[in-house]
Design a protein around this ligand. Sequence first.
Ligand SMILES: Nc1ncnc2c1ncn2[C@@H]1O[C@H](COP(=O)(O)OP(=O)(O)O)[C@@H](O)[C@H]1O
Ligand SMILES: [Mg+2]
Length: 147
Amino acid sequence: MTTTISFSLNTIGSAVAQFWEIAKNYRIVTFSGDMGAGKTTFISHLCQYLQVPDAVSSPTFALVNEYRFEYEGKEQTILHTDWYRLRTTEEAINAGMEECIDQTKNGQTYCWVEWPEKAPELIPSNHLAVYITTTDIMERSISLTTN
Ligand SMILES: Nc1ncnc2c1ncn2[C@@H]1O[C@H](COP(=O)(O)OP(=O)(O)O)[C@@H](O)[C@H]1O
Ligand SMILES: [Mg+2]
C-alpha cells in the first residue's frame, strides 16, 4: 500500500504524526529526494514530535547524529545518517554506516538514512522507503510504500 502525505511548514506537525503511525513499525527508514526537498526538515520535525531532547541538525558533515529518546517507556536511540558525501559502498562501510544499520538489531535503535542511493547494498529489504518531492515552493509530498 502506498501512502502519500502532502504538507507545508504550517502542517508538517500533523504530517509527521501521520507518518510516525507507519514508520514506528520499521527500524530502518530511507529518505530519498533531491537536495532541498526537505528530508532533514522532516526528520527534525519528527524528532520534535517524538520529544527528542537533543537538537536536530543535518548530519551531512558528521555523517551520523545520535539522538536518544523515550518511547512507550523504553529508551530508544535514533541514528540519523546522511550518506550524501559517500561515493561507494566501501566508503560507507569504512565510515561505519553498516554498523549503524546493524545496531538496529538490538531492538532499541532506529536508523534513518538520507541519500540511501549512495550505498544501496547496505540497506536490508525490511526497510521503509520514503520519497520526498517538491510540489510547490512551500509544499512537499512524502510517499511511503508498505507491504
Ligand atoms: N513543506 C516543507 N517541508 C520541508 N521543507 C520545506 C517546506 N517548505 C519549504 N521548505 C524548505 O526547504 C528546505 C529543505 O531543506 P532540507 O530539509 O535541508 O532538505 P534536504 O535534507 O532534503 O536536502 C528548507 O530550507 C525548508 O525550510
Ligand atoms: Mg538533508
